[in-house]
Design a binder for this molecule. Structure first.
Ligand SMILES: Nc1ncnc2c1ncn2[C@@H]1O[C@H](COP(=O)(O)OP(=O)(O)O)[C@@H](O)[C@H]1O
Ligand SMILES: [Mg+2]
Length: 300
């Protein structure tokens, strides 16, 4: 089976991108799938959640990170650039049904911010314009992903906030784009701007790469307050329009201490259900089901 690539992105920070990546990766793995998580955020939050502090320090020390890979690809003559060298297989310390979850990690580090800037500078000096830079990086990462897609059923990409070159590349490589959104006024305002710029903006129109799939908004950090009810309803009404730039998951992720606590268990070895608690485990199972439906069930 050819693995599906899911990019989790939003221009805003703090909306639950990393929480979604970790929760969905673990729920997909608990459901029996092999999952690769690629961390493209220099804040390395997904990396620390999955690897723990000591293992992440070792990966960074040995250059086994996405920035290490980009450095090998574009700047080093000594080492052959290879995702597999940088991927840490079986990183998860979370157990389910008598086995550790089958999750691998391509970690990130704070150095990624610098490497991305150096890379753009180098390619700009070589007279590539922004579209060509995206295309060059897209082709390098797509080539590596071919093998990863063969070995994993799902590849989840945790994007950095903003609209960076790497985010553009991820969105164009993805079979599905998930946009976690807090249903409040400012977050949904940012959401419109984000969808417009990526799906209908200048780069999307000019580029020779395929147009990204219509994204799925995931309502996150949902609280029982009036504004959340209103915006959640508005988002659902919007998806019904032909002109809508997005679809919306039926599943919503509630604001719960259990989620913040689960993300903090970086050196623990709990079971999946213990880690997330019964309510969130069940929400994550719903999200997994909907994600699979969207990727495999929808033949329209
Ligand atoms: N559903 C939730 N309920 C409670 N806390 C959450 C929830 N989702 C995320 N958080 C917390 O909010 C903060 C931001 O979430 P995070 O996933 O890191 O966002 P992003 O990756 O978009 O910046 C983190 O401290 C996380 O623990
Ligand atoms: Mg994050």
């Amino acid at each position: 089976m050819k693995g599906k690539v899911i990019a989790v992105a939003n221009m805003k920070g703090g909306v639950g991108k990393t929480a979604t990546v970790i929760g969905l990766a673990e729920a997909l793995a608990a459901d029996g799938s092999k999952v690769l998580v690629i961390d493209l955020d220099p804040q390395a939050n997904a990396s620390i959640c999955l690897a723990g502090d000591r293992q992440l320090a070792a990966l960074i020390e040995n250059g086994r990170t996405i920035d290490g890979f980009l450095e090998d690809s574009f700047f080093s003559k000594k080492r052959k650039a290879d995702f597999d060298r940088c991927i840490h297989a079986q990183i998860s310390s979370v157990w389910h049904a008598g086995h550790p979850l089958a999750i691998s990690l391509l970690a990130s580090s704070p150095h990624l911010r610098l490497i991305e800037r150096q890379l753009i500078f180098k390619l700009t000096k070589a007279k590539l314009d922004l579209d060509e830079i995206v295309e060059r990086m897209h082709s390098v990462i797509r080539e590596q992903l071919k093998r990863s897609r063969g070995e994993h059923e799902y590849v989840l990409i945790d994007c950095a906030p903003g609209i960076s070159t790497l985010n553009e590349v991820s969105i164009r490589l993805a079979d599905m784009v998930i946009v976690p959104t807090i249903p409040d006024f400012l977050s949904s305002y940012g959401l419109q701007a984000f969808c417009r710029s990526l799906w209908n903006g200048a780069i999307a129109d000019k580029s020779t790469l395929k147009k990204p799939p219509k994204p799925y908004v995931l309502v996150t950090r949902r609280r029982p307050i009036r504004i959340h009810d209103e915006i959640s309803n508005l988002l659902r009404q919007e998806q019904g329009r032909d002109s809508s730039a997005f679809r919306v998951f039926s599943t919503e992720i509630p604001e719960r201490a259990a989620i913040a606590d689960a993300l903090g268990m970086i050196n623990d070895t709990p079971t999946f259900t213990k880690k997330w608690g019964s309510e969130i485990s069940s929400v994550l199972a719903d999200l997994t089901h909907e994600t699979k439906e969207a990727l495999h069930g929808d033949r329209s």
